[in-house]
Design a protein around this ligand. Structure first.
Ligand code: FAD
Length: 325
């Protein structure tokens, strides 16, 4: 349930001038340019973090706009390589046009996966709302079928379907499956998703367990203590954890650059102390780095999509010690 306070924060923020929104979003968005993202990564790599880059954009209306995204991601891949950063990229399938022309969008995504492969780089397909869940999973499984295994998807704990998706993908991808698991940012209808905090945490934790049992690589994307604590306990039960190699007999071969079968993932600007604690304890932690000209539209859309972010933002300002970057 979204509280009145969150709604109020969102309603106020979207009416504020652009400079104010930029001021609020500064800690969550690296900046308008790729150079800004590189600078942020260089700063955070001193903590020992690794990264995934997200080029911000709004809904596109033509394949030409998708090609612009493609080109920017090529630039990002080159910059990661030139600056020797421990980073990969995250893309939104609709930014590549799959909702306009599935075939053309999927081809463009494939082209990018092949390009990233030349740099030995992994590409994560972010998961958007439930209208594109099937297509996103389909693209990943089809690319693996073509021998392109440097790609993986995100599953959302809040969706009822997620445990079945893990079981199906286990059949198709085996240990090559590489997931990011998160609660899911989109407020989905209750016919297809859990809606209460406790149910979402429970379902997300169940998905993490299922992924670990399946021998998959698991990127645990959460800042929520009950999810992180549960994950560490589950990792222990699998003989996994900080500074250990993945001992699971059903796991894939050594996965270059991806750590011991799992990693934690966090958003730029969110819960720095928790991130640093995980890093200091020896866990691999990947920070999600959004950048792009469309930072304003992105910030407003995110707030509208899920007003609970409003509470997080307000909390970060009113109680900064709970969420230092
Ligand atoms: P919450 O209970 O929401 O948050 C726990 C605490 O973390 C909060 O109390 C607050 O202190 C802090 N916090 C969390 N979010 C914020 C924020 N935005 N601003 C300030 N403080 C915050 N969702 C998708 O649907 N598809 C994706 O592809 C996707 N990719 C993601 C990638 C990464 C690396 C991460 C970390 C999240 C991603 N998400 C994605 C979002 C995710 O689904 C959740 O909506 C989000 O992470 C909040 O859930 P939480 O588990 O952190 O728990």
């Amino acid at each position: 349930m979204v509280g009145w306070f969150s709604k109020l924060v969102v309603a106020m923020t979207i009416r504020m001038p652009r400079w104010f929104v930029r001021w609020v979003s500064r800690r969550y968005v690296a900046g308008p340019s790729l150079e800004d993202a590189v600078l942020v990564m260089k700063r955070l790599e001193k903590e020992g973090a690794c990264f995934t880059i997200d080029v911000l954009g709004e809904e596109i209306h033509s394949i030409d706009e998708a090609i612009e995204f493609y080109n920017e991601y090529e630039n990002a891949i080159r910059a990661i390589s030139t600056n020797s950063l421990d980073a990969n990229i995250s893309i939104k399938p609709t930014a590549f046009g799959i909702h306009i022309d599935y075939t053309k969008g999927a081809e463009l995504i494939e082209k990018l996966i092949r390009f990233a492969g030349e740099f030995d780089m992994f590409v994560r397909l972010d998961m958007e709302d439930h209208r594109v869940t099937d297509d996103t999973i389909k693209i990943v499984t089809e690319l693996h079928g073509k021998g392109l295994t440097n790609v993986g998807t995100v599953l959302q704990g809040r969706l009822h379907r997620t445990l079945d998706d893990i079981k199906n993908m286990k059949q198709i991808l085996g240990p090559a499956a590489d997931y990011r698991i998160c609660k899911g940012i989109y407020l989905e209808p209750e016919e297809i998703a859990f809606t209460s905090y406790n149910d979402i945490v429970e379902a997300t934790n169940a998905a993490i367990k299922e992924m670990l049992n399946a021998g998959a690589y698991v990127g645990i994307a959460s800042h929520d203590k009950p999810v992180i604590d549960y994950s560490i306990q589950q990792l222990k039960q699998h003989g996994m954890g900080a500074n250990q190699t993945d001992p699971r007999s059903n796991a894939g071969a050594e996965r270059k650059g991806k750590g011991p079968g799992y990693e934690f993932q966090m958003l730029l600007g969110v819960r720095g102390p928790m991130r640093r604690k995980l890093l200091n304890d020896g866990h691999r932690v990947r920070v999600y780095i959004p950048y792009g000209e469309k930072w304003y539209e992105y910030s407003i859309r995110r707030l509208k999509e899920n007003p609970t972010i409003g509470t997080h933002v307000a909390k970060a300002f009113l109680m900064p010690w709970t969420n230092r970057p």
